[in-house]
Design a protein around this ligand. Structure first.
Ligand code: FE2
Length: 313
């Protein structure tokens, strides 16, 4: 029978191993995976029969700071995809000096047609967030500095100068290869700034071939309202894919009221007898105060819109 001193020594050894594993995991998540960028490719059958494919680059949650040089380089490389369109679902900024780093990194992507909405991290500087709070206060008010506004107005002016359209509570139609893509967007639901009623209404198929909703945080009140109006596709970000996932299980949180099964990637949403496609980007960045990702690498998505039957309208 082991003596008390042997048991104590084994306990300390166990704690040491657990500590090393924890430190190793944290080092992997913060030093490697957080900069391990991936391009996901997804096909969505929403175009009219006979239409040519349309390639849409979905960017989200860039959370740019001057020191994130790998993220800047990878973002610049994405221009080589030469998409037909870019959709940016917000949270571009994480630093007062980030605007130039965002626009220079986007580079030639700003020469493509583009639409965007804002996220809470575009408006306000990030602040320290206890990681446990992220798990326990799902979908509640974010930890930001409301008194420290970020230069989102400057970024919006830079986007506008290059021809990108701010979709905040407005609509626009972009025609590509003869297909009319009708967009409508909202402000950030995570800050409860969403006023979908300002752009609500059934899709007028006389004017629009494919109806696309764009919002930062995929709260169900926004996604369901867009689906109920008959939109074909809803694009969102915000969730960071859960950011820290459990291998073999998946995300623990979505940071909103969307279920964890739809935390990232393509899924469907049904409301009021209609079904829409929903694509949630896991995003490229994180808050500078939680610079880790685990089993959830940073990403951008190349959406290929293809001809085919849409879900029920
Ligand atoms: Fe974000």
């Amino acid at each position: 029978m082991p003596t008390a001193s042997v048991l104590a020594r084994r306990g300390l050894q166990g704690l040491g191993v657990a500590g090393l594993l924890g430190a190793g995991t944290l080092a992997y998540a913060g030093l490697w995976e957080v900069d391990s960028y991936r391009l996901r490719r997804v096909s969505i059958p929403v175009l009219p029969v006979g239409a040519r494919d349309i390639r849409v680059l979905h960017l989200s949650d860039i959370h740019m700071t001057p020191s994130r040089t790998k993220r800047q380089r990878w973002l610049t490389e994405l221009s080589g995809l030469e998409p037909d369109l870019v959709v940016d679902t917000g949270d571009n900024l994480a630093h007062e000096q980030a605007v130039g780093f965002v626009t220079r990194s986007l580079g030639r992507l700003l020469d493509r047609p583009g639409v965007y909405v804002w996220g809470s991290n575009d408006y306000y500087a990030p602040s320290f967030k206890n990681p446990l709070r992220y798990l326990t206060q799902r979908g509640k008010t974010p930890n930001l500095h409301p008194e420290r506004e970020l230069p989102w107005v400057d970024l919006g002016e830079a986007f506008s100068r290059r021809g990108w359209t701010d979709l905040t509570h407005t609509t626009t139609t972009i025609e590509i290869e003869g297909v009319r893509l009708g967009f409508r967007g909202t402000d950030d639901a995570h800050l409860r700034r969403d006023h979908y009623a300002e752009v609500a209404g059934p899709v007028d198929r006389a004017d629009v071939d494919v109806a696309i909703g764009v919002t930062h945080a995929p709260y169900l009140r926004v996604v369901d309202a867009m689906t109920a109006d008959g939109l074909d596709l809803v694009l969102a970000g915000h969730t960071h894919g859960g950011q820290v996932a459990v291998p073999g299980y998946g995300a623990l949180v979505t940071n909103c009221d969307l279920d964890t099964r739809r935390v990232k990637g393509l899924s469907q949403n049904t409301a009021a007898g209609h079904t829409s496609w929903l694509h949630v980007s896991a995003g490229m960045g994180t808050s500078p105060y939680a610079p880790v990702r685990f089993a959830c690498p940073p990403e951008a998505t190349l959406l290929t819109l293809t001809a085919g039957p849409a879900p029920t309208r």
